[in-house]
Design a protein around this ligand. Structure first.
Ligand SMILES: Cc1ncc(COP(=O)(O)O)c(C=O)c1O
Length: 358
């Protein structure tokens, strides 16, 4: 392979490539932290959006109490990079994963969740040291329809089980609410928290999350900690939800027009292996920055189809920046990201926790 010189500006970068505007990302971190501080809400950002120790450290330096990871592999990468307080809201099952979790508990401040007697049994059998207990929160399904106990009574049963286990300590409740339904989640959490309190089990933490409701997160009277992920980069889905504007979005996919078969159809060198085909329900896959009327309407693996309308024009060889619908999946598709300020390339970082799915 030819050794290429490091790009100095975005014009020198080989396409397709991921660009992260660090000024926008930094502003997004600061805005969310200021909002959390104003409402006395602890912030524990979810790093699945960036998978970079660089930004995890920046989030903690800005005032976050720690970070959230989705998989043990991500926790391992972040712990190795010096992140010291990590929440893993995931059901951990199986001997090997429990051993990895045990090793991490010896190194960092770790907390996890459970929503079943099966997960709890594995945790209780692995963590037996009453002098160094693992904090476990009960995951509650407050309307999202994914993981979580279904009723406050079930939450109480599980909390009692955690409390009885010698090497575990009950940490509180966790939910990932459906977008736009935080108030419904609050009602659920209130009932559960009070039922637990009556049984002598205090919820030290009530953890919720989600970028779509981030600006309403201060309305809650029950949640103590918030886990936003996408807020750092934002994307078309979050813009559609009103979380920010196009000019707040920090991640774009730099791409080249490689074909222009008809006046209204242009083809990019970025397909589903670069942008992912996850639309989160939007009718198309992305839009071209600063070219109104240029939408990514189709993706095959290595080709992106742009449909042009109105005055939108492209030419073969033109380099464009695509704003994807859902940035978190894009992060997991590239080995590296280019950090930029304006058009200057500030650094190229390996996506350290990329592919750490176990
Ligand atoms: C458990 C959990 N918490 C927090 C988040 C962050 O959500 P968002 O990216 O909308 O901020 C997610 C997203 O997938 C999640 O699964």
């Amino acid at each position: 392979m030819i050794d290429l010189p490091n790009p100095r500006t975005i014009h020198d970068i080989e396409t397709p490539a991921v660009l992260i505007d660090i000024d926008r990302a930094t502003a997004n971190i600061a805005r969310a932290q200021a909002n959390a501080d104003k409402h006395r809400l602890k912030l524990r950002p979810h790093i699945k959006t960036h998978k970079l120790p660089y930004f995890a450290r920046q989030q903690v330096d800005a005032g976050a109490v720690g970070i959230t990871c989705q998989k043990i592999g991500e926790v391992e990468v972040m712990a190795e990079a010096g992140l010291a307080d990590i929440f893993l809201p995931y059901n951990i099952l199986g001997r090997v994963k429990l051993e990895r979790l045990h090793a991490l508990h010896g190194k960092i401040t770790l907390s996890v969740t459970t929503d079943s007697a099966e997960t709890l049994a594995g945790l209780a059998a692995t963590f037996t040291d009453a002098g160094h207990r693992l904090k476990v929160l009960v995951e509650c399904d407050t309307g999202m329809g994914r993981c979580g106990v279904q009723t406050a009574a079930e939450a109480l049963e599980l909390a009692k089980g955690i409390d009885r286990a010698a090497g575990l300590s009950f940490g509180g409740l966790m939910t990932y609410p459906a977008a736009g339904r935080a108030a419904e989640a609050d009602t659920w959490l209130f009932e559960a928290r009070d039922m637990l309190k009556d049984a002598g089990l205090d919820c030290q933490t009530v953890s919720s999350g989600g970028t779509p409701d981030i600006w309403r997160s201060g309305d809650t009277k029950v949640v103590t900690e918030y886990r936003p992920g996408t807020y750092i980069y934002l994307d078309r889905y979050q813009v559609a939800k009103g979380v920010g504007g196009i000019d707040d979005c920090a991640l774009t996919v730099l791409s080249t027009v490689v074909s222009h078969p008809t006046p209204t159809r242009a083809i990019l060198d970025a397909g589903s292996k670069a942008m992912s085909s996850d639309t989160l329900g939007l009718p198309d896959f992305g839009e071209l920055v600063s070219i109104p009327g240029a939408l990514v309407t189709g993706l095959s693996e290595e080709h992106g189809t742009v449909t042009l309308s109105g005055d939108a024009k492209l030419s073969i060889g033109q380099r464009v920046r695509v704003l994807p619908d859902h940035v978190c999946v894009v992060t997991n598709l590239f080995d590296t990201v280019h950090l930029i300020s304006g058009e200057t390339v500030v650094d190229i970082l390996p996506v350290a926790a990329r592919g750490r799915l176990t």
